[in-house]
Design a binder for this molecule. Structure first.
Ligand SMILES: Cc1ncc(COP(=O)(O)O)c(C=O)c1O
Length: 400
């Protein structure tokens, strides 16, 4: 009898975490490595939020809470959805988990039966297909390539829907491309979904507040109210409030689904950290003043990186609307040989040689389901980004 489960053999460890770990190991061994793999803001949680966490400890908010979130946090989330997205959710339609990741996982665990399909546009956040597999479903990957700005077309969505489709997983702004759908672009997709009443929508809005150039964020249940009864609108405090370590994610959706997700959580982790929940109340209810300066900071870095990468022979880097990633194509580098003799057969070989020869850690595109590309996280200092671009340029110039 095998010790490990068959289900586990269907999934792989997170490649983004693997790259970050490799870069840290090389650094610890004394190598000069610039890590562009991490998916988190490089600055601290704002002070008012930290203080709310400290107060929660001092006031003794150190006990179990309601499994899927305190009433105070659910109220703050309901107010956020109403204020920022024009969506009305009752407290019974809101769930809170230990990060957005747990919320998505709960949704799949609560709803997927063997053979149920989940449509995932590629490139995708690395965890989506594996979470579907862990929950016993079938990921259906649909390409949304560089020629459509990494956005899924209505025709491609329509063609992917089958009688087994349970969910359409939507992520805007996107990890790994930074592409974000305008309300108009999104409407083309929601029109398709309106014709398929059995398909549910999971909208991962994690990067909502990281948009640039006056881009206006939109989410499916807002663009098409007719979908609200079969949409799970997921979000969290990790990226917008620099709170990745606090582990708070949340979602609004139909009560039946929310209850089912709470049941999964009640038998796995129970409530998210009580102190983090108190801090998240402050994040959502408190001042939002730092969001705009952060947007300006990330926009400046985006522009720096896009210009730097487009100066590299063989690289083509589109300008994304949001998040803190770019997803350049390395089609012009494939088939070449590096200065130290590595054959650049694919994007994984490109990323490996770049790390070995120039000490720049990026995540190769195959990990996100679309090659030949790599992902750069520009959530790091201007100096590190400038130096990284210089090294990538040297690496590309030496390819023969
Ligand atoms: C698209 C996307 N969704 C969800 C998450 C999960 O966020 P959390 O850290 O809150 O679990 C991430 C984190 O990288 C992400 O990039």
């Amino acid at each position: 009898m095998a010790f490990l489960s068959d289900t586990l053999s269907r999934v792989k460890p997170s490649p983004t975490i693997a790259v970050t770990t490799k870069a840290k190991e090389l650094k610890a061994a004394g190598r000069d490595v610039i890590g562009l793999g991490a998916g988190e803001p490089d600055f601290d949680t704002p002070d008012n939020i930290k203080q709310a966490g400290i107060r929660a400890i001092e006031e003794g908010q150190t006990k179990y809470t309601a499994v899927d979130g305190t009433p105070e946090l659910k109220q703050a989330i309901a107010a956020k959805f109403a204020r920022e997205n024009g969506l009305d959710y009752a407290q019974s339609q809101i769930t809170v988990g230990s990060g957005g990741k747990q919320v998505i996982y709960n949704a799949f665990m609560a709803t997927l039966n063997p053979g149920d399909e989940v449509i995932i546009p590629a490139p995708y956040w690395v965890s989506y297909p594996d979470m579907v597999l862990l929950a016993g479903g079938e990921p259906v990957i649909v390409e949304a390539g560089i020629d459509t700005g990494f956005k899924l077309t209505a025709d491609a969505l329509e063609a992917a829907i089958t009688p087994r489709t349970k969910w359409f997983l939507f992520n805007s702004p996107s990890n790994p491309t930074g592409a974000a759908y305008s309300a108009e672009e999104l409407k083309a997709l929601t029109d398709v979904l309106m014709r398929h009443p059995n398909v549910w929508v999971l909208s991962d809005d994690m990067y909502e507040h990281l948009v640039f150039d006056n881009f206006v964020f939109a989410t499916p249940a807002q663009v098409e109210p007719g979908l609200k009864d079969r949409t799970l609108t997921m979000n969290g405090v990790s990226k917008a409030y620099a709170m990745t370590g606090w582990r708070i994610g949340y979602a609004g959706g139909p009560e039946q689904l929310i209850k089912a997700m709470g049941k999964v959580q009640s038998q796995s982790t129970s409530n998210p950290c009580s102190i983090s929940q108190a801090a998240a109340v402050e994040a959502l209810n408190g001042t939002q003043e730092f969001i705009r300066p952060n947007q300006a900071l990330f926009k400046r870095r985006r522009d720096l990186v896009v210009a730097g990468l487009n100066a590299c022979p063989g690289i083509d880097c589109p300008v994304p609307e949001g998040a803190f990633y770019v997803y350049p194509s390395v089609a012009g580098c494939i088939g070449k040989t590096s200065a130290q003799g590595a054959e650049i057969a694919d994007d994984e070989a490109f990323a490996t040689a770049l790390l070995e020869e120039e000490g720049v850690a990026v995540v190769f595109g195959a990990a996100f389901g679309l090659s030949p590309h790599f992902r750069v996280s520009y959530a790091t200092s201007d100096e590190a980004l400038e130096e990284a671009c210089k090294r990538i340029k040297r690496f590309c110039e030496r390819l023969t």
